[in-house]
Design a protein around this ligand. Structure first.
Ligand SMILES: [Zn+2]
Length: 273
């Protein structure tokens, strides 16, 4: 008989970035707060995403160790560097754990501009940032339970995925989902918007009890209501982009619409370039 699964979510706060603001408005540049999720059974565990900096990954590894489980697998939801840069630190603490991602996510991971990130976070990224191994199956198994990989296409990253755990009614959404945190919508095209909304509908159709966002305001509950909030943010952004003129006006309209949300930084809407 399969054991009962459980899960726990670790949230890393915003971290300041070095560099000039690419826009003369919005908060000082910082990386939005982000999550890593541990799913665990009686003896084994699977970790979803590894955070970014050496310090974050060390704190995450210590937190994972507190669960006293054998970490078998690290699963990376998508190929943006912030979600897998900490992997070497986790591997140092849990040397038998494999690190995997869907093949499309590995391809995006391969294209990440590591040198650029090192300039933004000087001395703070691990010295070595290995790529996850491509995982071709659609399911990971943990003590007899299925962890289903859901292909989500282009959301805030190309070839993003979410992880669905039916026995926990849990979705670990990756960056398909944000929770009370300004979203990375720089360069959002109508095609990407349509795909992102469809990806959120796919999560809603699973009717999860818990939905963990890749980026969330620290302390926010992992409520599936965030699916609707993420959709509204995207459609508001697309609408206000049409209704306003210029970046400053659009930024002002979005921060007015979402006053309490974390990471009100202009670069999330317009990019770092
Ligand atoms: Zn992200």
């Amino acid at each position: 008989m399969a054991s009962t699964l459980n899960f726990n979510v670790f949230t890393a706060p915003e971290k300041p970035l070095v560099g000039d603001r690419p826009r003369p408005f919005g908060d000082t540049m910082a990386w939005d707060p982000m999550t890593s999720t541990l799913i665990y059974g009686e003896s084994d565990a699977v970790l979803v995403d590894t955070l970014t900096t050496e310090a974050e990954a060390e704190a995450l590894a210590a937190w994972v160790a507190l669960h006293h489980r054998n970490l078998t697998t690290i699963y990376i939801t998508h190929g943006h560097l912030d979600h897998f840069a900490g992997v070497s630190v986790l591997k140092r603490h849990f040397p038998t754990a494999r690190c995997v991602a869907a093949p499309g996510a590995v391809e995006l991971a391969r294209k990440q501009q590591v040198a650029f990130y090192r300039k933004l976070l000087p001395g703070r990224l691990p010295a070595v940032i290995p790529l996850p191994d491509p995982y071709n199956d659609e399911v990971l198994t943990l003590e007899g339970h299925e962890l289903r990989i859901i292909q989500q296409g282009h959301t805030d990253a190309a070839d993003s995925t979410s992880l669905y755990v039916p026995s926990l009614d849990l979705v670990v959404a990756g960056d398909v989902l944000y929770n009370q945190c300004h979203q990375y919508v720089a360069g959002l095209t109508p095609e990407n918007l349509a795909n992102w909304l469809a990806a959120l509908d796919r999560l809603a159709a699973l009717n999860p009890k818990v939905a963990v966002a890749g980026h969330k305001k620290p302390g926010a509950a992992d409520t599936p209501e965030a699916i609707e909030w993420t959709k509204r943010y995207l459609t508001d952004f697309a609408r206000l982009r049409e209704e306003t003129s210029g970046d400053a006006e659009l930024f002002g309209a979005m921060t007015k619409q979402y006053p309490g949300w974390a990471a009100p930084q202009a670069w999330l809407m317009f990019g770092l370039a």
